[in-house]
Design a protein around this ligand. Structure first.
Ligand SMILES: CC(C)(COP(=O)(O)OP(=O)(O)OC[C@H]1O[C@@H](n2cnc3c(N)ncnc32)[C@H](O)[C@@H]1OP(=O)(O)O)[C@@H](O)C(=O)NCCC(=O)NCCS
Length: 409
């Protein structure tokens, strides 16, 4: 019997939840009925797809609508792809390809300029036009070497999880509107991230919440952390793990990092999923106290509508460039003239000769300013079609801060 790809009915959500636990190697994701009940109010089932082998769900795929912060602080509608799985019994028979094609087509019909995702394994999504657009890093800080030259201002206080649940969303909202590469966070995200709703994941035991207030008493940031206690020969080797540090001001940023580094017994602070452009080393007398252990891809972008995507962002200086976009998937293919500037941009299809010819993946990679087109041209992802074309395009696409997405989805 041929395998059918379709959206799921409400009654099929528990089976869908159970199916994705196998490829995701989840040992105990909780009772599927209960997990489905938790998610039902928040999932748009017209965007939850499955592959059916008879009655058996052998593949899952979901997307949801969000906003992507692009250079200049503009918000571009984005389709965020998640929960992509195919059972080991059905792998490499083209089921992901079929679910992806259906979802991208639906995104195009809705008018989403871009689709985004986080890849479990790097090689999966390039073939569908996605490219690495925002990286993240893992940091550690040797607290015994970390002396702050600027330690921030305001006050810090330990608060209950409920206080963070109440104040966190508006603080995050302020940050994400300025942070290129961010996405929106829903109430359901906050409830699951803080473990208020048991979505099959609980925050580490002993998680602490620290709120920063400025001198007027206004909240300006927060820190979530837990510790891994360890002693060697009665010397503490304890690690403080930063689960999230978010700051709306420079003072809050420095004060919260200083808090993390000054907790007694803590020898090492570790932080995952941080920006490649972290200010922390510049706050220290000895910047080598901070080590960057691992830099990796995080957010992938797939441009679906180049005209809307490119007109949606801002550019540091005015300029004009014609791009010839190649796209095996078809959605973004064509020539586009971009008239760009700091206050806005216009982009439309054109018949003019191009300055640069590029793969849709190159467009996704440079879209948030995370890599230069020159680098991608050297790798064969783009070609200069008119003298100086790559340089002119790079002058437009560059941005003054690295893109960073701090939200898993
Ligand atoms: C990733 C996964 C969904 C792929 O499903 P699938 O149905 O086997 O994929 P398809 O058969 O449609 O493959 C389409 C193409 O992608 C390639 N591909 C699929 N998974 C790949 C992987 N993990 N690494 C490299 N290439 C991969 C296939 O070889 C095929 O290549 P082709 O274009 O040359 O034909 C499945 O292997 C899985 O569930 N993995 C574990 C969970 C996971 O990582 N999910 C992704 C979360 S982001």
């Amino acid at each position: 019997m041929p395998i059918e790809i379709r959206t799921i009915a409400d009654s099929e959500l528990p089976q869908w939840m159970a199916a994705l636990q196998v490829p995701f190697l989840v040992a105990d994701g909780g009772d599927p009925e209960q997990q489905a009940a938790i998610r039902r109010p928040h999932y748009d089932l017209s965007r939850c797809r499955a592959a059916f082998d008879g009655d058996v769900i052998c593949g899952t795929f979901r997307s949801f609508g969000t906003e992507l912060t692009v250079p200049g602080g503009a918000l571009v509608p984005a389709s965020a792809v998640t929960a992509v799985t195919v059972l080991p019994t059905h792998r490499r028979r083209g089921l992901l390809r079929r679910m992806m094609a259906a979802d991208l087509q639906a995104s195009v019909e809705r008018g989403d300029p871009v689709s985004i995702l986080i890849a479990s394994e790097y090689p999966i999504y390039g073939r569908f036009g996605f490219a690495r657009a925002a990286d993240h890093v893992r940091l550690s800080v040797d607290t015994r070497a970390a002396r702050f030259t600027r330690g921030g201002g305001g006050t810090v206080e330990l608060v209950d999880r409920d206080v963070l649940r109440r104040l966190g969303p508006s603080l995050y909202e302020r940050v994400r509107l300025a942070q290129v590469g961010s996405i929106g966070r829903t109430a359901f995200f906050w409830d699951t991230a803080l473990g208020i709703v048991d979505a099959g994941w609980t925050p580490p035991k002993g998680t602490r919440y620290v709120l920063h207030r400025d001198d007027r008493g206004e909240p300006q940031g927060y820190l979530r952390y837990h510790v891994e206690e360890k002693w060697d020969d009665r010397v503490s080797q304890t690690t403080l793990v930063v689960d999230e540090l978010l700051a709306c001001t420079d003072d809050a940023y420095a004060r919260l990092w200083r808090y993390a580094c000054e907790v007694d017994w803590v020898a090492m602070v570790k932080a995952e999923d941080r920006s490649t452009d972290e200010v922390l080393p510049w706050l220290l007398e000895d910047a080598r106290a901070v080590r960057q252990h691992h830099r990796s891809d995080f957010l992938f972008v797939r441009v679906l509508d180049p005209a809307a995507a490119l007109a949606g962002r801002r550019y540091l200086s005015p300029g004009r460039v014609v791009l010839d976009v190649r796209d095996d998937g078809g959605h973004a293919a064509g020539r586009f003239a971009l008239e760009a500037g700091p206050d806005g941009a216009a982009c439309a299809r054109t018949g003019e000769d191009p300055d640069v010819t590029l793969d849709v993946r190159a467009l996704g990679a440079v879209y948030l300013g995370g890599v230069s087109l020159r680098t991608l041209a050297s790798a064969g992802w783009a070609e200069e079609s008119a003298p100086g074309g790559v340089h002119r395009a790079d002058a437009l696409f560059a941005w003054d801060a690295a893109p960073w997405c701090s939200t898993w989805f």
